[in-house]
Design a protein around this ligand. Structure first.
Ligand code: 5GP
Ligand code: ZN
Length: 139
């Protein structure tokens, strides 16, 4: 479960690197994407390092899905977006940029062009506030 090389998400799990946390359990951690494509853009990761889907087992995948379901409910309750994208990229050719398995929850609103990534770092106060709102609305 510990730090895997210089993996940034393992660094977040171990506490060596900061994050704006929404929730965690034994197996998973949910936190705000630092370069959000929309307000509420959240990542859910397994605490134990897996590079991508091919390194996952079904139990861990189920745990990530269960956390995703809770966070999705909190996003709907607080931000009420028109839609919600759930996506997950495997391999650089698929657009993966951080090589520790993660599920994206991406609030979507009518009229906003679709994008998977942003180069604009989120504002710390805004990210913290959103993480707190989501944490307070978890089922
Ligand atoms: P991928 O392209 O691998 O599916 O997504 C990686 C995501 O991680 C991107 O959306 C990117 O904005 C986000 N990200 C990159 N570095 C960090 C970081 O240090 N902290 C957090 N919270 N998110 C990050
Ligand atoms: Zn890792």
């Amino acid at each position: 479960m510990g730090h895997h090389g210089d993996c940034i998400f393992c660094g977040i799990v171990s506490g060596a690197l900061p994050c704006f946390k929404v929730c965690e359990d034994d197996r998973t951690l949910a936190f705000m994407d630092l370069f959000p494509v929309a307000e509420g853009h959240t990542l859910i990761i397994p605490k134990r390092h897996a590079t991508d889907l091919f390194g996952m087992d079904s139990e861990t995948l189920s745990a990530v899905s269960a956390t995703s379901l809770r966070v999705a409910a909190a996003i709907r309750a607080t931000l009420a977006p028109d839609g919600l994208g759930v996506f997950q990229l495997n391999g650089a050719a698929a657009g993966q940029t951080v090589f520790h398995y993660h599920m994206h929850l991406l609030p979507r609103n009518e009229g906003v062009p679709f994008a998977l990534h942003s180069r604009v770092r989120g504002d710390d106060d805004a990210l913290r506030r959103t993480a707190e709102r989501l944490a307070g609305a978890l089922p």
